[in-house]
Ligand binder design. Sequence first.
Ligand code: NAD
Ligand code: SER
Length: 317
Amino acid sequence: MKKEKILVIGASGQIGVELTLALRKVYGGSQVIASDLREENELLKGTGPYVSLDVMNKEMLHVQILRQNITQVYLLAAMLSATAEKNPHLAWHLNMQSLLNVLDIAKEEKLKKVYWPSSIAVFGPTSPKVNCPQQTIIEPTTVYGISKYTGEFWCNYYFQRYGVDVRSLRYPGLVSYKSSPGGGTTDYAIEIFHAAKEKKSYSCFLNADTRLPMMYMEDAIRATIEMMESPADKIRVRTSYNIAAMSFTPAEMATEIQTHIPDFTISYAPDYRQSIAESWPQSIDDAIAQDDWGWKPAFNLASMTKDMLMNLSSSQG
Ligand code: NAD
Ligand code: SER
């Protein structure tokens, strides 16, 4: 049987570092090539090969895929919601062209599988706020959301028309301690932990009662690998799957942190990210992912908070 050879694009980012490490555990260090525009992340060093790669350079991407005998691509390079609003055209160009480059090469070289993440940002103010279903009114108002929703239809198109086995998840905001977040509206839920540990206070860029869907990185990585390893006939959604774990507000997260750090205080100074957050649902219905490939989260707000604080303590020595 042909061994898998995986290329992770955007491997030095918040998800990329942890996904690369997890894929290396499953497939072996040498079988998973990490790549990014940025330098190799410290946590990846010594765990497997790294190549410097700009996904926008289609020729070089094609050469790497052939040279390394790549069978699967995980495409994580993108501009996230908050950064994208500052440069909408650049965000559209990166988020769309990177996907089209990968899908074209996957079609031409008959790659076995492609992974590309979407986001709960596809939903807009007219989508249901609570338990937002897989299929509903979807009218995103951010350039990030527009690019993700369009990308979902490109994935579906390449699957239906050319048989490219491309799979996708609509991640909620992801909370993690290993690598820094890359400019999203949900980044407060990571910053708050560092601030709580370092200075026992945090000024939040969202209002106290802004409820958003969130997930711990460990669950997100497991969801990704479980979905990618499912037989193709289990993957009935070829746009992108809703997945969920928990929903909370900044005030609720602060209260949970206070159970561990009683003198932690939070203040609120909402900025332009407030209106992005308000355009998204508060919670997500992921019944179809549960039915199709057995998705089930392991972490809730309490267990995630405990794990984050424990790991930040040990990493700070
Ligand atoms: P990130 O910004 O932390 O990482 C993206 C990485 O891509 C960076 O290391 C960056 O250097 C790299 N990159 C940018 N342009 C590149 C290029 N031209 N060529 C090669 N590499 C390039 O983002 P992330 O949080 O790890 O997100 C990864 C994916 O998951 C994105 O598609 C994002 O939209 C999606 N997503 C993330 C979240 C989240 O909460 N983190 C939620 C929903 C969806
Ligand atoms: N966490 C991401 C963001 O805030 C959601 O896709 O942009």
